[in-house]
Design a protein around this ligand. Structure first.
Ligand SMILES: NC(=O)c1ccc[n+]([C@@H]2O[C@H](COP(=O)([O-])OP(=O)(O)OC[C@H]3O[C@@H](n4cnc5c(N)ncnc54)[C@H](OP(=O)(O)O)[C@@H]3O)[C@@H](O)[C@H]2O)c1
Length: 254
């Protein structure tokens, strides 16, 4: 058997307007899924919707800020209305906009990062789970980061949020396994997206970053999207509460 397909399935991907989320949406559509696309930039979502539709699949555009719980519940309701059901939720929206030691960090910056990377996943998951539990089926993929696997100096806010995403993944996986709902974390290393552009803008920063990656290069968004397909598909049907690290060997370094 090869279960690496999503034919007839429906998925909601957050942060689908660019970067990893866009690649996940494209990959899921190529694997046979209809895809609901959630992010703030409606214009970009329109382009991604066209890419999904080019695969002969349906797309729903959901302009929404993931930190707004009410808006997220509305967006999930709109996706359910359009598709009738949701098989897959990919919690990908997230990121980090600043680096500094905790000693001088304003609490507002800490809170903003936690709201974007952690609270957002609570909102989407709470919106989708009643539906998945009732259907006794579903797969949730939470995008964390290698920054959540160990200390993340100057990014304690982001690292703590992503570590919490991993813990949340494990807790919810155990809470929902009885209903056939699977919840796994996908942990990217350094991937070439807008989020990491500032490192490529500075030769020394890029060199320093890649010097710690055994494969000595940036990951491509497709290299995260394919494992995200695995986790969502029946190929991972006996896998829940797990952490799949895709980082070119970074976390294997002593
Ligand atoms: N790139 C890496 O090296 C790397 C490494 C480890 C983990 N990750 C994680 O992978 C995920 C995707 O990162 P990426 O590299 O693809 O970043 P990216 O290129 O900056 O894309 C981020 C996506 O999240 C969306 N987003 C941001 N804030 C949002 C909000 N408040 N509401 C709704 N959507 C929002 C953005 O869309 P809009 O701006 O249109 O809202 C965009 O689609 C993030 O969770 C990130 O932490 C990335």
């Amino acid at each position: 058997m090869t279960g690496f397909r999503l034919d007839g399935r429906t998925a909601l991907v957050t942060g689908a307007s660019r970067g990893i989320g866009r690649a996940v949406a494209q990959t899921y559509a190529a694997a046979g899924a209809d895809v609901a696309l959630l992010a703030r930039d409606e214009t970009m979502l329109g382009y991604v919707a066209a890419e999904v539709e080019a695969h002969g699949r349906r797309a729903v555009v959901l302009p929404c800020d993931v930190t707004d719980a009410e808006a997220v519940h509305g967006a999930v309701a709109a996706a359910l209305e359009a598709f009738g059901h949701l098989d897959v939720l990919v919690n990908n929206a997230g990121g980090n906009t600043f680096s500094m030691p905790l000693a001088t960090m304003r609490f507002s910056g800490w809170e903003k990062t936690l709201r974007l990377n952690l609270d957002s996943i609570v909102h989407t998951t709470q919106a989708v789970l009643p539906h998945m539990l009732e259907r006794r089926s579903g797969a949730i993929v939470n995008v964390a980061s290698v920054a959540g696997l160990r200390g993340a100096p100057l990014m304690s806010h982001y690292g703590a949020a992503k570590a919490a995403v991993i813990s949340l993944t494990q807790s919810v996986a155990v809470e929902t396994a009885w209903a056939g709902v699977r919840v796994n974390a996908l942990v990217p290393g350094w991937i070439e997206t807008d989020l990491t552009g500032f490192l490529r803008d500075n030769e020394d920063a890029e060199k320093g970053t890649l010097s710690r990656v055994p494969m000595a290069r940036w990951g491509r968004v497709e290299e995260i999207a394919e494992p995200a397909l695995f986790l969502a598909s029946d190929a991972a049907s006996f896998m829940t509460g797990q952490v799949l690290v895709v980082d070119g060997g970074l976390s294997a370094m002593p």
